[in-house]
Design a protein around this ligand. Structure first.
Ligand SMILES: [Zn+2]
Length: 193
């Protein structure tokens, strides 16, 4: 499996781009900006992404998507599935409309072959089976935002505890604010696992 890390930073990291990971050139995990130039740099075809999985609706996980959506409308109009928390269709349709204004509804929306799915503990999207877990996983991409108390995210200490509970899992840390910890990935790093 090939993991291409387009960005590995937290929301307002001064050192790293916002988070986005491409799995085997077909699945996008979160959509932090920028997506298209970074996909090109790690040799990922933006038209080949079958499904996008969103962890949550914060801007650092979604604001690369409006330009990516336009690529999938004007350059490569293959169907695409978005999976995320409840309300994903309404949230993303609002994001597209805010981004593209009066052109969205008449010009772009009719050409966008997107479907939306609320994430379940396990399910299937665009032909891929997914499941929420760390237990039993070979590889886990987990946030490790910073030391101490980090608002709404996992700290380095909590990440270390999680790793200790799952000794057989290979952890890759991302969503860092600044500095680094052992096992952290870098922007534009491609990892084969
Ligand atoms: Zn974030």
């Amino acid at each position: 499996m090939k993991l291409a890390f387009l960005g590995t930073g937290s929301a307002f990291s001064p050192e790293r781009y916002n988070g986005a990971v491409v799995v085997d050139g077909r699945l996008l995990l979160d959509g932090g900006a920028p997506l298209l130039p970074h996909m090109k740099r790690v040799d990922v075809d933006p038209g080949a992404i079958d499904a996008v999985f969103l962890t949550h609706f914060h801007g650092d996980h979604t604001l690369g998507l409006p330009t990516f959506a336009l690529y999938r409308i004007f350059v490569d109009p293959r169907p695409i599935t978005f999976v995320g928390p409840d309300g994903i269709e309404e949230r993303l349709e609002t994001l597209w409309e805010v981004s593209w204004g009066v052109d969205w509804k008449p010009v772009m929306h009719p050409r966008f072959r997107a479907t939306y799915q609320s994430a379940q503990p396990s399910g299937e999207a665009a032909g891929y089976k997914y499941e929420e877990l760390v237990e039993g996983a070979d590889v886990a991409i987990v946030e490790a935002t910073g030391p101490g108390d980090v608002f709404s995210h996992m700290s380095w200490e909590a990440a270390a505890k999680l790793k200790k509970r799952h000794p057989k899992t290979h952890f890759l840390w991302n969503h860092l604010y600044s500095g680094t910890v052992e096992g952290a990935v870098q922007d534009l790093q491609v990892v084969e696992v």
